[in-house]
Ligand binder design. Structure first.
Ligand SMILES: [Zn+2]
Ligand SMILES: [Zn+2]
Length: 349
């Protein structure tokens, strides 16, 4: 039987922390439910999930619809688009049966690439290879999750680039419904000479076709910092989002930008497996960061204490603490942390 392979290549970098990642997991569940409800899809569709952050890995190898369970998505530092494409090409080469002179192979695979970040590796070699060896044998739709997406790399990869903006309640569900409907439509029209354009049937208030690709600047829109709980030693992630505002009076108008606390989320150790080790060398001045959260693991008053080793730990007040990163005993004096800011290691999503 000829299969219709569908690959989801999902950005699981830090900018996806919290709600977004959960929504994506639930979205996969909804897609599977919708596809199982259609007899054509049920018969032909096979699914695979590739996740990428600082590294890329196949988390669900191509599998029949009935046997597919939506995976728990990982989270890591970095957005290795090049590595994600290499993994995708490897999976297609390994899993998809090509048509030969003697036998019909699988149907042309559909790939949904969803990313909201900026590549932290150089994806050009992988993009060139995709264009040369795989682009004609697969249908790749790139969905930029939000207007901060770097569309320049996506536009070099495929002509089918969409912008998704999650601006109203229910928009994410509309995106997921569109993905399901596209796959169902393809499965119903297999073998027809004219390939169905996936980027025609969407709700234009939710998805729009990106024609010229604006280049946005590196990940200045959010700052993420990784710390460890002093008591439980488990990691957490603090996320700040850029906020532009103007301080204006009758006399002057001063544009200001700062980073506002967006949340603090517990992590598990797999975060480090999915992160690109090179990304820990960036620095950010804490004077630009507004708000300090409590520890999500133990409830300590601040998750924002900095050890001499440069790493963050949680703290309940002045006194001695053992750094869960370097194991040294550090003394924290009262009020030491608000004297004009200090530099801490910054990660990138
Ligand atoms: Zn703690
Ligand atoms: Zn330390």
């Amino acid at each position: 039987m000829r299969r219709l392979p569908v690959f989801f290549v999902l950005d699981c970098s830090e900018s996806m922390v919290g709600e977004n990642l959960r929504k994506m997991e639930q979205g996969l569940q909804s897609i599977v439910t919708a596809l199982r409800g259609d007899p054509h899809a049920l018969e032909t569709v096979y699914l695979s999930v590739i996740a990428f952050a600082g590294v890329a890995r196949t988390i669900v190898p191509l599998i029949e619809l009935m046997d597919f369970y939506p995976p728990r998505l990982p989270l890591g530092g970095g957005t290795s688009l090049g590595a994600a494409l290499d993994t995708l090409m490897h999976e297609i080469d390994r899993q998809v049966v090509r048509t030969t002179a003697d036998a019909k192979g699988d149907w042309k695979p559909i790939v949904f690439l969803m990313t909201d970040g900026h590549p932290t590796d150089d994806p050009q070699a992988a993009i060139d290879r995709w264009r040369q060896t795989h682009a004609r044998a697969a249908q790749l739709v790139a969905v930029g999750m939000g207007s901060q997406t770097d569309f320049s790399a996506l536009a070099r990869l495929t002509d089918q680039v969409l912008l998704f903006e999650d601006s109203r309640p229910g928009d994410f569900k509309r995106l997921i419904d569109w993905v399901s409907a596209s796959v169902v439509a393809r499965s119903q029209r297999l073998g027809e000479p004219n390939e169905l354009s996936l980027t025609k049937s969407f709700d234009e208030r939710v998805l729009s076709l990106v024609k010229d690709a604006p280049t946005t600047h590196a990940d200045d829109n959010c700052v993420v910092l990784v710390g460890r709980c002093q008591k439980h030693r488990r990691p957490y992630l603090i996320k700040y989002e850029r906020e532009e505002r103007a301080l204006s009076t009758v006399e002057f108008n001063l544009p200001l930008s700062s980073y506002q606390l967006a949340g603090c989320y517990p992590l598990d150790e797999s975060y480090f497996d999915w992160s690109d080790p090179r990304t820990s060398s960036l620095k950010v001045n804490t004077a630009e960061l507004m708000g300090a959260p409590g520890c999500p693991h133990c409830g300590n008053a601040t998750a924002f204490a900095v050890c001499g080793c440069g790493k963050l730990l949680c703290l309940n007040g002045p006194g001695e603490a053992i750094c869960p990163w370097c194991e040294k005993t550090v003394a924290f004096a009262p009020g030491a942390s608000d004297a004009g800011g200090f530099d801490v290691g910054r990660s990138q999503g």
